[in-house]
Design a binder for this molecule. Sequence first.
Ligand code: AR6
Length: 179
Amino acid sequence: MAPAQIGRCRIELVEGDITLEATDAIVNAANSRLAGGGGVDGAIHAAGGPEIMRELAEKYDGCPTGSAVITGGGRLKAEFVIHAVGPRYSGSPKDAELLADAYRESLKLCTSHALRSVSVCAISTGIYGYPMDAAARVAVRAVVEFLRGGSTLELVRFVLFDSRAYASFESALRAEIAF
Ligand code: AR6
């Protein structure tokens, strides 16, 4: 779909691999021990090299669910990686709150580092089991509401790993910007 515009910031949806993105930062779907793992987390550490894990271990003692921390991007094109921790899906109303928090905290880090562009993945929708349609609605709403409050960002790219995820985010974004 055509990009959406929220104030000075464009929101794009693309299908692809977030490790290849050249935005100022990419957002990882991490765990609260910041211990690395599978999914996008494994792919980011594999592509970015050991420097990222070294910095995580040196600077942070884990990260609570619903929050995020930032490191350099190692060998990635992106200068920074934001490691966001989404909830494991449980079916409780808390899930949506924690997922929205993970996106908001990631975007706050972008603003505090004066970043202009960021790529974000579909946090919690893989190993953590969050249903894609529901996660897309929460993610898009959290990002749009954050951007409406003003930020340094000029581009947010949702990088979706497959066409099913893309379709979920597309319909969530269409619904959100209709208001
Ligand atoms: N680029 C973009 N999206 C991707 C990529 C990629 N290279 N690889 C996977 N995805 P997941 P979670 C999508 O499981 O559910 C890890 O072990 C994937 O299709 O990576 O938040 C962490 O260490 C899915 O839609 O993250 C945690 O322990 C989305 O990224 C745990 O998994 C998120 O899937 C976090 O689980």
